[in-house]
Design a binder for this molecule. Structure first.
Ligand code: AVJ
Length: 314
């Protein structure tokens, strides 16, 4: 049959190969953003979170610190915390400390990165029970046996990667996974001035460009790709109609290459759409909660309204 999935060993690589075959064959060409996060991509993302232009991480971290007492009251005390997308070693301990959680269940698609972040967290919190789950949280999950009710944690505005219909589906499935009386602590980036948004996704040091271009290197490394990476440039643009930042890889000349067992040609000026990062006003965020079966319970933002931290109740 010649399905490329026969030629790549791990399920994750088969998934990646299928996404590249489909995504590079369609117009506009698209590769889903979850494929950014191989080990190198995860490292580059950590670097992004420290950039001066990239306001979300430090703003959300400050909100978690400032509202520790509110979180203790509203996010459920002593409950297991299920984090969708493995935690950075900075945000997760803040929620664990605020709520007095004794069990932490990080879920991440990158097994390697999960191992690293679990090791870091275990060292700093020897008394914490950590139960890592390797998997794609946008699909149904097998959670280990846990004391319920549960508190979900979905920081960083990862929800922004999903279009509205997919976001509703995802948040509904979180509610299903977390069950009765669950809480969800979710970080959602806000709509703001376009220059601030575009700078956050096209930083002066070029780290976000490297993060975007790493996707092409990853195809070359893992899927037998021959993509001339130097023919591509990073682009980040605000799409007002969709309320999102779009990231693209722009072909600066005509290119021909192989990837995932297929030949591709791209004329100069064409792009590969690699990421959407949706932003929500407070009203839109609350509508998102209610559309997916959650009740918005609390919301905090910083003085400049750069980022929103929400608690929702099942
Ligand atoms: C991890 C999806 C929240 O959209 O801000 C950062 C990813 N991409 N810079 C975001 C990202 C480029 C990030 N999320």
């Amino acid at each position: 049959m010649g399905s490329v999935s026969d030629d790549f060993t791990t399920p994750e690589q088969a998934d990646f190969a299928a996404a590249v075959q489909t995504g590079l064959s369609q117009r506009p060409r698209t590769i889903p953003a979850r494929f950014f996060y191989d080990l190198r991509g995860s490292e580059l993302f950590e670097d992004i979170t420290c950039l001066p232009e990239y306001y979300p991480t430090r703003t959300e971290t400050a909100l978690l610190r400032r509202h520790a007492a509110d979180l203790a009251r509203l996010a459920g005390q002593g409950r297991p915390i299920i984090e969708f997308g493995a935690g950075s070693a900075t945000k997760t301990p803040l929620l664990i400390a605020a709520t007095g959680a004794s069990t932490y269940v990080p879920v991440d698609i990158s097994g390697e990165f999960l191992e690293q972040s679990v090791a870091t967290l275990a060292q700093a919190h020897p008394q914490l029970r950590i139960v890592p789950v390797v998997g794609d949280f946008s699909r149904p999950l097998d959670l280990p046996q846990l004391n319920r009710p549960l508190t979900g944690f979905f920081p960083g505005s990862t929800i922004g990667n999903f279009d509205h219909a997919a976001a509703v589906d995802l948040l509904r499935s979180f509610r299903q996974t977390l069950g009765k009386d669950a809480r969800l602590v979710i970080g959602i980036d806000t709509v703001k001035d376009v220059p601030v948004l575009e700078a956050a996704y096209d930083d002066a040091a070029g780290v976000t460009a490297a993060f975007n271009l790493n996707l092409l290197h990853r195809i070359n490394r893992e899927l037998g790709g021959t993509i001339p990476v130097d023919a591509f440039e990073h682009r980040a643009v605000w799409d007002a109609a969709h309320g999102r930042i779009e990231m693209h890889l722009l072909a600066t000349r005509d290119v021909e290459f192989r990837a995932a067992g297929q030949n591709f040609t791209m004329p100069r000026g064409e792009t590969i759409h690699t990421e959407n990062s949706h932003k929500y006003t407070l009203a839109e965020a609350r509508l998102l909660a209610r559309s997916s079966g959650w009740e918005p319970t609390a919301f905090w933002t910083d003085a400049d309204g750069l980022f929103g931290l929400h608690v929702w109740t099942a």
